[in-house]
Design a protein around this ligand. Structure first.
Ligand code: NAP
Length: 349
């Protein structure tokens, strides 16, 4: 099969580098066009990018020229990992010019005609792009994935919501420094420290969980029928967001029921065997001290939510811990899976 050529906006950043790495051996897509800020435009990728991943920079990427973020010569399919200060306008400009923009940035996520997708959770929301194109009169489209903290939480919630109904969710995150991009949080601020504030993060987690678990009717998503409260903290971890979650459910369930619901959870990406889909989207660890970033962050190539420490909660009903990789499942891998879903649904033909 001839691979589909793709472009990456923000290719030099933390998430952009993940895109380059995940696309290196991708069976459907090939990165051929890169763009970033004026600081990088006009340079070869190897010169513009301060490569921070343990995996080597893909050889084919080294000599690719970095362009300005202007539509025109870019391929139809564009992944965006732009700084949110500029992503809003730039992504709109690309969609207006006919590009399919699959974005990581928060700018368009909550717009009523923009799908906010986790392919295992709400693949039907992709249909919102029909309304988007009609309303905005453009040939392109914008599709988004959630914030890196929302993903692991909502993946762990969806089987419980479907089987027992969700009533209340309380989540406390311990978020890795790579979630703040590069160079991110200054060493002197984070070393030996926990910072109990990440600008805008708690609001994003709360709003996005409602949109993801909400029902799509007549082109509009109604909020999910539960309350959610988030506490977000930055910790001295490189990659991987850990979340302590307490929940109340609407119908009777036992600890074993929760574990069974997680273990048997499979969805469209698994049925269709999409290239980036994890075989087991949720992994349950039974050891009393797991999941841990050190051992579990790369489970299923960084695409799984790893759940553990399931127990009863004297305040709400149950509590557990979930862990997911913030720049893979929470960013570049999430966007790739969105694009794979779109291709399998005929949106990229
Ligand atoms: P980052 O490391 O700071 O990278 C930002 C990228 O945007 C770089 O390629 C940078 O290019 C480019 N950029 C900055 N200013 C620009 C401008 N004025 N014009 C054009 N390009 C510009 O950030 P990141 O962590 O990769 O995050 C990228 C996006 O993904 C953000 O919107 C973020 O909120 C979102 N996100 C991040 C994560 C995560 O875990 N890190 C997870 C989910 C979503 P230069 O190198 O040329 O400056």
């Amino acid at each position: 099969m001839k691979k589909l050529e793709v472009g990456i906006l923000g290719a030099t950043g933390m998430v952009g580098q993940r895109f380059m790495s995940l696309l290196e051996h991708h069976p459907w897509f090939e990165a051929v066009w890169l763009a970033a800020s004026d600081r990088s435009a006009g340079k070869k990728y190897a010169d513009a990018c301060n490569w921070r991943l343990r995996e080597a920079m893909p050889a084919a990427a080294r000599d690719l020229m970095v362009h300005e973020c202007k539509p025109g010569k870019a391929p139809q399919l564009i992944f965006s990992s732009l700084d949110s200060k500029v992503a809003g306008e730039v992504e709109k400009e690309f969609a207006q010019a006919g590009h399919v923009v699959v974005s990581n940035s928060s700018n368009h996520r909550m717009e009523p005609d923009v799908p906010l997708l986790i392919p295992e959770v709400n693949p039907d929301h992709l249909a919102m792009v029909r309304e988007q194109r009609k309303q905005r009169g453009w040939k392109g489209m914008i599709v988004t994935n959630p914030n890196c903290t929302t993903v692991g939480l909502v993946m762990s919630l969806v089987p419980l919501e479907r089987a027992f109904g969700l009533e209340k969710v309380l989540v406390t995150s311990m978020q890795a420094v790579s979630g703040a991009g590069y160079p991110g949080v200054p060493t002197l601020d984070i070393m030996g420290n926990v910072i109990p504030y990440i600008s805008g993060e708690e609001e994003k987690v709360e709003r996005e969980a409602h949109k993801l678990l909400g029902k799509l009717t007549d082109g509009h998503v109604a909020k999910g029928n539960f309350v959610v409260s988030a506490h977000c903290n930055r910790v001295f971890v490189e990659d991987g967001h850990t979340e302590a979650v307490s929940i109340s459910l609407r119908s009777q369930a036992s600890l074993e029921d929760l574990i069974e619901a997680w273990r048997k959870f499979r969805a469209l990406p698994q049925e269709r065997q999409l290239p980036t889909a994890p075989k087991h989207p949720i992994i349950v660890r039974e050891e009393r001290d797991r999941p841990q970033v050190k051992f579990d962050v790369n489970a299923e190539h960084g695409m799984a939510a790893v759940v553990g420490r399931v127990r009863t909660c004297p305040v709400l009903q149950f509590k557990y811990t979930t862990l997911s990789h913030n720049t893979i499942r929470g960013a570049a891998g999430a966007a790739l899976l969105n694009a794979e879903l779109m291709k399998s649904e005929g949106y990229l033909d």
